[in-house]
Design a protein around this ligand. Sequence first.
Ligand SMILES: Cc1cc2nc3c(=O)[nH]c(=O)nc-3n(C[C@H](O)[C@H](O)[C@H](O)COP(=O)(O)OP(=O)(O)OC[C@H]3O[C@@H](n4cnc5c(N)ncnc54)[C@H](O)[C@@H]3O)c2cc1C
Length: 254
Amino acid sequence: LNTPHVEIIGCTQFFGVPQLLQENGILPTQDQGSDGARLIECAGRSCYDSYGKGRASSEYHTHIKEVGHGSVTAHATINYFLSGISRGLTHELVRHGVGTAISQRSTRYVDECDSPWIWHPLIDQYCSEPQKMELAEFRRRSGQLYRTMADHIQNQMVAAGIDKFTARKQARGAARGILGNALETEMVWTANIRALRHVIEMRAHSAADAEIRVLANRLLEEAVKIVPEYFNDYERQPCDDGIGFSVATTYRKI
Ligand SMILES: Cc1cc2nc3c(=O)[nH]c(=O)nc-3n(C[C@H](O)[C@H](O)[C@H](O)COP(=O)(O)OP(=O)(O)OC[C@H]3O[C@@H](n4cnc5c(N)ncnc54)[C@H](O)[C@@H]3O)c2cc1C
């Protein structure tokens, strides 16, 4: 199985409750938990001036989910480095534009001639060895054709007076279509907690494509280590096709 590589490379750091919000004091049970959760609590309590009274942190976060006051969760973010994923997958991931930031490897600046292709989990699961060998041969031939076309176009453009850097970028752009949606890519992908929950709910789902489902499973597995208060309410259910899990929660789309 082509397990996607999912690595957290950054996340929100909380410096502490602002002086002005500390006037009522802070109960010992408040301002507890992960940095992301403490920031979210601070954002929420600033709406009601509620440090020093009311709920403990753990109950506070449950309450935010219960009432769907999800806007406060958009303050905290997680930064991922993703690789071992196909461009077909990222075409779906980038549709989640709200609350995310994306920096993806360029197929114009990078020579993709020898780049791996990511075989979809269903290919891994259901295709025979001879079929997989045929796919590997197809990838090899496509890489060769890509190289031949990119070199040819670049040479023609340079001969026509265009500088080499521009010609190479344009030539790779023209040739990349040969490589298709399975081409491996990598990206730095950032999401705030609200957006991340939504992506997980939509994509860690039996109706979602199996490759992005596996990615969403991994996003959740890593996120729960960083901000458990906002990812420990998901129950996992195995999918009928045997690949990854679907999530269920009482608090959908906060
Ligand atoms: C199983 C599945 C099948 C799919 N099939 C297709 C398909 O066949 N074709 C296709 O084109 N797409 C398809 N999609 C993509 C889907 O339509 C969404 O574009 C994608 O899931 C992004 O989700 P989102 O719209 O919630 O966007 P996000 O960026 O994640 O937005 C989060 C939320 O913000 C709000 N929001 C976002 N944009 C706006 C806006 N412009 N105005 C008002 N509110 C907004 C919405 O409440 C939205 O849910 C599919 C997705 C899934 C999960």
